[in-house]
Design a protein around this ligand. Structure first.
Ligand code: AQP
Length: 327
């Protein structure tokens, strides 16, 4: 039997370079390896853990589905589905929540960050986010989870839940590991924190035009372009890491040499970098336009995906309920 892979992205907006490099590229790599059974979802239930607009949700779910398919998720090789259409995720989340304490969840760095961002909206759903994520992964008995490094504390919780369930209730869950990509942490264009859908000015979207990419990079804060040490923080460091990813390590070294020598002209760097980024996202945009013309195909992919996901996860739910004495 093939090992399984599970990953998901919240329906909080269109995907950005961080989502693509940190998660989707890994998802595609594992799909293409042929060595795994891959399950990829739009995490619409996770979207409800921070403030959301009900009237916008269906549109946002669709945006993520289109971005996934356009960026290389191939429904003939991977199972693509919407999380809320697979109810075992919620059943398992409740059952798993009996293994973890409130204090353990409150101490997670991801929880603390969200509390700072949304102090008026610290809901039970937010506190329970890592348990729902453990349910997402363990429902499929997934061994590998292609996600960015920001998700590592949540994976630790998933492993903990797996261990406790196995010890207490005789289930057979593997301890899932993160599958890391080269772009496991893409910094925000503001120079502080990570690139994030919900932080305006932090991201470049996969659907951005060349002009928009240029406008976004133009706003990255820089300095005089000359100094004794190349900055390792802030806007200049962000530009350097994007140069390395999109134009290669040699190009980055050449810019660093200029910074330490005659001086670096950011207008030139940003112009070249914009073009290099757009070269990568343009084919994704072309494919997305084709998919937008074919909603029947997209609907069929999702219907078939949730049917397959439901079948598998109902078997896991049965095992857990039996182990816990509910059946
Ligand atoms: N900056 C990033 N660098 C690398 N990977 C990233 N991911 C997110 N940001 C970066 C990875 O993308 C996947 C989807 O994340 P998510 O939408 O489920 O939640 P998130 O991490 O909270 O993503 P955002 O963009 O920051 O969304 P909002 O603003 O809505 O919270 C995950 O694998 C994540 O690691």
């Amino acid at each position: 039997m093939k090992k399984r892979v599970l990953s998901g992205i919240r329906a909080t907006g269109r995907l950005h370079l961080g989502n693509y490099l940190g998660a989707v590229l890994g998802m595609v790599e594992l799909q293409e390896s042929g060595a795994y059974e891959a399950y990829y979802m739009v995490a619409d239930l996770h979207t409800l853990t921070t403030p959301f607009e009900p009237g916008e949700l269906q549109k946002q779910i669709r945006e993520v589905v289109l971005d996934y398919l356009a960026a290389g998720i191939d429904p003939s090789k991977s199972t693509l589905f919407i999380q809320s259409q697979v109810p075992a995720h919620l059943d398992l989340a409740f059952l798993f929540s009996t293994t973890e304490t409130v204090a353990r969840m409150q101490h997670l760095p991801t929880f603390k960050e969200k509390v700072k961002e949304h102090p008026q909206d610290v809901t039970m759903a937010l506190l329970n986010y890592p348990i729902l994520m453990a349910a997402d992964i363990l429902a499929y008995k997934a061994d590998l989870v292609p996600v960015g490094i920001d998700q590592e504390p949540h994976l630790e919780v998933a492993r903990e839940v797996a261990r406790k369930m196995n010890e207490k209730y005789n289930t057979r869950f593997p301890e899932p590991q993160r599958f890391a990509t080269k772009g496991e942490y893409i910094p925000s264009l503001t120079g502080e924190g990570k690139m994030s859908k919900s932080v305006e000015g932090s991201f470049i979207l996969l659907t951005d035009s060349l002009e928009t990419v240029k406008e976004r990079l133009a706003k990255v804060p820089t300095d005089s372009g000359k100094g004794e040490e190349v900055p390792t923080k802030g806007g200049v460091a962000v530009l350097m890491s994007l140069v390395e990813i999109f134009e290669g390590a040699d190009k980055k070294k050449a810019y660093e040499k200029k910074y330490l020598g005659e001086g670096l002209r950011y207008s030139e760097l940003k112009e070249e970098l914009s073009k290099a980024i757009f070269k990568v996202i343009k084919p994704i945009q072309d494919k997305r336009r084709e998919l937008e013309k074919n909603p029947a195909f997209v609907n069929k992919v999702l219907t078939e995906g949730s049917a397959k996901a439901n079948e598998l996860t109902q078997a896991t739910l049965q095992e857990v309920k039996e182990g816990m004495g509910l059946l």
